[in-house]
Design a protein around this ligand. Structure first.
Ligand code: SAM
Length: 223
């Protein structure tokens, strides 16, 4: 049956893809990818020859209608992002919503995403948590952090290496230096590491060690 398949792809280690994801990518008529060159590396690795077309935040608004028409005409379409699960801090939401509005069947495969292993490996309570993704870089950033200071659930952020020190400094400003946190770096890659400690200890670590790679920040909720 023609439908939209949302397919998670590895966040580092190419082996972190499910057998079903490979099957769906092989059988689809078209794969929509954020960066076709990056996705090509994965497809070549698994001998997947399905045609690729680019779908990213700069063209998704003008493309969604055309994609719905293609699915309605009988094509099976798979959406991937550069890494992890589409629509999680990546393009995807708009297409899923438009398909639903157009009565198109959507199937999301379970699979790789960065925040789940970071949360579980943090040792910070994972029974209730909120995922904040990336904070706004400028406008509204401080306000958001000040509101989150009273949050009792565990808080998970994505952050770029260039703003890790700034982020930890701002978190300390609003949450104090003694709040527990964990920073997962380069999950599933050669230089994977997790640093656990108080916000002050984490700040000291990344002041002494230049942050490099990809990061997930996990912060315990207010006690
Ligand atoms: N769709 C992805 C997912 O499901 O996790 C997230 C894409 S978002 C554009 C990229 C951010 O995810 C990075 O800046 C980092 O915060 C986090 N991330 C992705 N891969 C990671 C990895 N291997 N280790 C740590 N964080 C990662």
């Amino acid at each position: 049956m023609s439908r939209l398949h949302i397919v998670p792809t590895p966040i580092g280690n190419l082996k972190d893809i499910t057998l079903r994801a490979i099957e769906v990518l092989k059988e689809a008529d078209l794969i929509l990818a954020e960066d076709t060159r990056k996705t090509k590396i994965l497809l070549n690795h698994y001998s997947i020859t399905t045609p690729l077309r680019s779908h990213h935040k700069f063209n998704e608004h003008r493309e969604v209608k055309r994609i719905c028409d293609e699915i309605n005409s009988g094509k099976s379409v798979a959406l991937v992002s550069d890494a992890g699960t589409p629509a999680i801090s990546d393009p995807g939401f708009l297409l899923v919503r438009t398909c639903i509005e157009n009565d198109i069947d959507v199937e999301t495969l379970p699979g790789a995403t960065a925040f789940i292993p970071a949360l579980v490996n943090s040792g910070i309570p994972s029974d209730r948590f909120i995922f904040e993704g990336f904070l706004p870089q400028k406008k509204g950033r401080q306000k958001k952090i000040s509101r989150l200071a009273d949050e009792e659930r565990t808080i998970v952020f994505y952050e770029s290496p260039y703003r890790i020190v700034k982020m930890l400094t701002q978190l300390i400003d609003y949450m104090g230096p003694d709040r527990q946190g964990a920073i997962a770096r380069e999950l599933s890659k050669i230089h994977e590491e997790i640093i656990r400690g108080t916000l002050q200890e984490l700040l000291n670590h990344f002041t002494e060690n230049n942050p490099k790679g990809e990061f997930v920040i996990v912060i315990e909720g207010k006690k």
